[in-house]
Write a protein that binds this ligand. Structure first.
Ligand code: ADP
Ligand code: ASP
Ligand code: MG
Length: 454
């Protein structure tokens, strides 16, 4: 008997029928003898609808009140799922994030979990009850106010509870059968991983693969929580394990990146659109440091893509990318003449996207950036600010180029599997130990029908 945390995402509880199916899967896990703690997201689209309502009444919502509003989405689905479980004869009780012992810092809209007190949940488990916890939320240790964890934050709730309860693993139940080499809904030939290392998943998540929230992967890595990502269609089907490679006792994988044409151990390709680039020319290093300090203090979401001084003077060029939502804040900051930067000297490019290729050691292969640039040129995609780190290549492209660029880059880096394809409903699941190096060859191909059916 194991203790399992199961997190059901928004699409997995989007309709009453799906809530009933989720309850059925939870009941099945109980009947198999497992203890289950459930974390649930708001019903699909509910959070967007709450945000729309807020913006209909004010352009500048108070952060505390906005969080109070957003928390209701998850509270509703927790109550509903608990009702469905009770109806199926499974004793269950729903909990808000604070009631479940989730404590956070006070940053509304992007709070971080700082402490978890699982005593209440343990009591319920002791009584044989299935606790259903509203994800994405907690209580500020500073103010006691309700906070939210940022978009996709229920994943982090699931992982944090699994860590605090010492659960065997955390199951992320979603609308695809695992983590693929690219978004299986948009990239033809995306293949499902049976196993990924935390490092790979963290890079993919931060690069835009929204199947897991990046905070949740960081939390899992630092707390040693194994993640199992599976489809809401069936509890016994294909899946992806994300961990440190020890679960199967097999060797750690990912260090065997090979060029296209062979079985590729690359983790995948991911993209993020809605970015704006801001280039500032010839600013002194004092002013650069001042600007960066201020961005850090304001916690503005920016990525420093390039900074350099190619001449002899103490002045250099800096290129930053930021999400569209942060542009006003950045303009405000630059508008203050005291900072020594003239707003009219900033060069802005909007409608950009960032495309990333992730694979352990990929940045150490000289031919990897070459292949990336050749592929982008072949489809005439815009390309600038290529960044190379040990485990990732990333490049800026046009928003309208992203889909085609992602496909060609995926085709280039993810080769055809050497072994026969395995259908997503195939036999590579349930309790099997895994060895990432071997399993990497068992990636199966996303069939378009799968995406259509979901
Ligand atoms: P949930 O509502 O369950 O939290 P999300 O919409 O947040 O689900 O995440 C699941 C979605 O992530 C999938 O429907 C898929 O389109 C998308 N996705 C993006 N990249 C990947 C990837 N590499 N592997 C799997 N899914 C991905
Ligand atoms: N409901 C929240 C969102 O839509 C949190 C989540 O789904 O995990 O972002
Ligand atoms: Mg999600």
């Amino acid at each position: 008997m194991a203790l399992i945390v199961q997190k059901y995402g928004g699409t997995s509880v989007a309709t009453p029928e799906k809530v009933i199916e989720a309850a059925r899967q939870i009941r099945a896990a109980r009947e198999d003898g497992h203890e289950v703690v459930v974390v649930v997201s708001a019903m699909g689209g509910a959070t967007d609808e709450l945000l729309r309502l807020a913006s209909a009444v004010t352009a500048h919502p108070d952060a505390r009140e906005l969080d109070a509003l957003l928390c209701t989405g998850e509270a509703a689905s927790a109550g509903l799922l608990s009702l469905a479980l009770n109806h199926q004869g499974v004793a269950s009780q729903s909990f808000g994030g604070a009631e479940a012992g989730i404590r956070t810092d006070h940053r509304h809209g992007r709070a971080t979990i700082v402490q978890v007190d699982p005593r209440r949940l343990r009591e319920e488990l002791g009584k044989g009850t299935v606790p259903v916890v509203a994800g994405f939320q907690g209580e500020s240790v500073l103010t006691g106010a309700r906070t939210t964890l940022g978009r996709g934050g229920s994943d982090t709730t699931g992982v944090a509870l699994a860590a605090a309860l010492g659960a065997d693993h955390c199951e992320i139940v979603t609308d695809v059968a695992g983590v693929y080499t690219a978004d299986p809904r948009t990239v033809v030939g995306a293949r499902r991983h049976t196993a990924l290392l935390y490092e790979e998943m963290a890079e993919l998540a931060v690069s835009g693969a929204k199947v897991l929230a990046s905070d949740s992967v960081d939390y899992a890595r630092t707390h040693g929580v194994d993640l199992k990502v599976r489809s809401n269609h069936t509890a016994i089907g294909p899946e992806t394990w994300v961990g440190d490679g020890r679960r199967a006792g097999g060797p750690a994988a990912g260090d065997a990146w090979t060029p296209a044409g062979q079985v590729s151990p690359i983790a995948g390709v991911a993209g993020r659109s809605g970015l704006v680039r801001c280039v500032l020319r010839r600013i002194t290093s004092d002013h650069v440091l001042c600007l960066l300090r201020e961005l850090v203090e304001r916690e503005t979401e920016v990525e420093l893509r390039r900074y350099g001084n190619f001449g002899t003077e103490d002045a250099g060029d800096i290129a930053l990318t930021l999400p569209e939502a942060s542009v006003d804040e950045m303009r405000e900051l630059l508008a203050d003449a005291d900072r020594g930067i003239r707003l009219d000297e900033a060069h802005w490019t909007s409608n950009l996207a960032r495309l990333s290729v992730v694979g352990l050691g990929i940045g150490r292969r000289p031919y990897a950036p070459l292949r990336l640039l050749e592929a982008l040129r072949a489809v005439g995609a815009a390309r600038t600010d290529l960044h190379v780190t040990s485990n990732k290549l990333s490049v800026l492209t046009g928003r309208s180029d992203l889909a085609e660029a992602t496909q060609i880059v995926h085709d280039t880096f993810v080769s055809e599997p050497a072994l026969p394809r395995i259908h997503p409903a195939g036999p590579d699941h349930t309790g099997r130990t895994w060895s990432p190096t071997v399993e990497r060859e068992h990636l199966d191909v996303a069939v378009p029908a799968l995406a259509a059916a979901e």
